[in-house]
Design a protein around this ligand. Structure first.
Ligand code: ADP
Ligand code: ZN
Length: 506
């Protein structure tokens, strides 16, 4: 109610409806636009998709109407800039421009006909022309504000530090009367403070932050095994039958080939990455938005509009590390930062004992109570505990009894294997002759669930295989276990590399 008392509220609401064709403000947007119109410095931390653009585009339009002012938006990527300008022009009929030496001059800018200009930090730094123009505009109070988009790039604490961003601190010295709005989607507390210091924002800066928890998302990490492509096809046909989705990949080439693979399996799939022509990219994203394709296979360019070199995916850590180290365009310090980030992702994928939400929010230094997750992540649904148990001997025993069983043509179910290894002489063991097999009693005294877990993990890496046969008379399915395709190699490696069980169900 206090916000709607602001003298700026009526024009902001009207412009929201009539120019941006939106009904109402989202969280923190009204706070941000009012603070902008009040001429305050503003810091906005909002998750991707939260609606950061409106926080400066709306005041830009209003300041242009009211005071002939231009809003200058510093944004890191040329490609992104072009998209934004095109969108503002075609969707909202806003006379936005990208800063390039030839297309705009002081006359245009001071006439008040251009509400928003986008510029890269590099351009702003190198262009003396820009500087003299800006000085003239500032002298006439025609600059509404500087907007620093992706403001975390100014901080060496962040993962995307950019040299040219560092010089943005000069804006305050050169144009002390022009308010500065900084926006980002990724900054922990340290980075936030650093951004505010580096940009020399005023002490009374309006800080608008919000939780990074997304209650509408659930999180599951599944390890990639050899048949994972078909598993995805299965999941798309069953669990996600009536839904659409995005599959993120690390490499552009993988996006194309995997989308093709899905199409061959009869799934409506498209691909998206920053190496595509803008028209093709737009077509791909429209096709997905409008339901013509069910799945879009994309690099992180999709949704963020950014396609960066440190585009981490699921491939194992060593491959990612290799990729970072090989990149000749990146300096050592950034490489170390990128590797640290990769390690963090890897740890996230491996950690099966801490709520996923808690892990994600920990990255943003935001406390989180696990109960709040309400079992909407794989960890909370199925908690595991870290055991780090050396199961080398158990694995050897399992392989021993199974290789003898194969030679004897005996079909052993998991229960029989476990009982035999523990030296039991129950009916099942005797009936199968398992007490006569090599390896019998080799794991005497070992917990049954530890042997079961070993078998499960060995199946997971295809050292063992599960078979199912239907009994002709009873109709029941009998399951039995045999050696799998990687058993020989695994056994050889076992001499140098212990087999460790990481986790078990709580
Ligand atoms: P961000 O930059 O924070 O990732 P955007 O500014 O690109 O997010 O906005 C994400 C989407 O949300 C856009 O499609 C935008 O049109 C939409 N949006 C923003 N604000 C509102 C609002 N108040 N009401 C409805 N949709 C909104
Ligand atoms: Zn959880």
């Amino acid at each position: 109610t206090k916000l709607t008392n602001s003298p700026h509220y009526p024009i902001l609401q009207e412009t929201l409806n009539n120019v941006f064709k939106l009904q109402s403000f989202r969280k923190n947007q009204l706070e941000a636009v009012i603070a902008c119109m009040d001429g305050r410095d503003v810091f906005v931390l909002m998750p991707t998709g939260g609606g950061k653009s409106l926080c400066y585009q709306l005041p830009a339009v209003c300041s242009s109407m009211l005071k002939n002012q231009v809003t200058i938006v510093v944004t890191p990527l040329l490609a992104l800039m072009a998209d934004q300008v095109t969108q503002l022009r075609s969707r909202f009929n806003i006379n936005a421009h990208a800063w390039s030496d030839s297309s705009i001059n002081f006359g245009h800018l001071s006439s008040g006909s251009i509400p928003i200009i986008y510029v890269t930090p590099e351009k702003l730094k190198e262009s003396g022309y820009a500087r003299s123009t800006l000085r003239m505009l500032a002298a006439k109070s025609l600059i509404g504000r500087f907007v620093i988009d992706e403001a975390h790039c100014i901080s060496t604490w962040g993962q995307d530090f950019r040299d040219a961003y560092a010089s943005l601190g000069e804006l305050r010295d050169l144009y002390p009367d022009v308010p500065i709005i900084a926006l980002t989607a990724t900054a922990n507390q340290t980075t936030v403070n650093d951004i505010i210091t580096q940009l020399k924002l005023h002490n009374d800066v309006v800080r608008l932050t919000q939780s990074f928890n997304r209650p509408n998302l659930s999180y599951t990490v599944i390890e990639k095994k050899s048949g994972f492509k078909n598993e995805i096809v299965d999941a798309l046909g069953n669990r996600f039958r009536n839904q659409s989705g995005v599959i993120y990949c690390r490499a552009r080439q993988t996006c194309e080939s995997f989308a093709q693979f899905l199409r061959d399996k009869g799934i409506r799939a498209g691909h998206y990455h920053a190496g595509m022509e803008p028209d093709d990219r737009k077509q791909a994203s429209d096709d997905w938005m409008e339901g013509r394709v069910k799945v879009i296979v994309a690099t992180i360019a999709f949704g963020m509009g950014i396609d960066k070199a440190d585009d981490f995916g699921h491939k194992d850590f060593t491959a990612t590390q290799d990729m970072i180290n090989k990149d000749e365009k990146t300096d050592l310090e950034s490489k170390q930062r990128q590797i640290a980030a990769a390690k963090e992702i890897y740890a996230y994928a491996r950690n099966r004992s801490t709520c996923r939400r808690k892990q994600v929010l920990h990255h943003f230094e935001e406390p989180f109570q696990e109960e709040e997750c309400q079992k909407t992540c794989d960890v909370c649904k199925d908690p595991l505990e870290l055991i780090n148990e050396d199961a080398t001997d158990i694995a050897r025993a399992v392989l021993k009894i199974l290789s003898h069983a194969t030679r004897q043509n005996a079909h052993l179910a998991q229960g029989t294997i476990v009982a035999a290894l523990r030296g039991s002489a129950n009916r099942d063991v005797l009936q199968k002759g398992a007490d006569k097999l090599e390896g019998y009693s080799l794991a005497k005294g070992v917990d049954a669930d530890l042997i079961e877990l070993t078998i499960k993990e060995l199946m997971y890496i295809e050292v063992l295989q599960m078979h199912s046969v239907q009994n002709k008379f009873s109709g029941y399915h009998n399951e039995y276990i045999t050696l799998g395709p990687t058993a020989g190699l695994f056994l050889k490696e076992l001499d140098n590399k212990p087999f460790v069980l990481g986790w078990r169900p709580k």
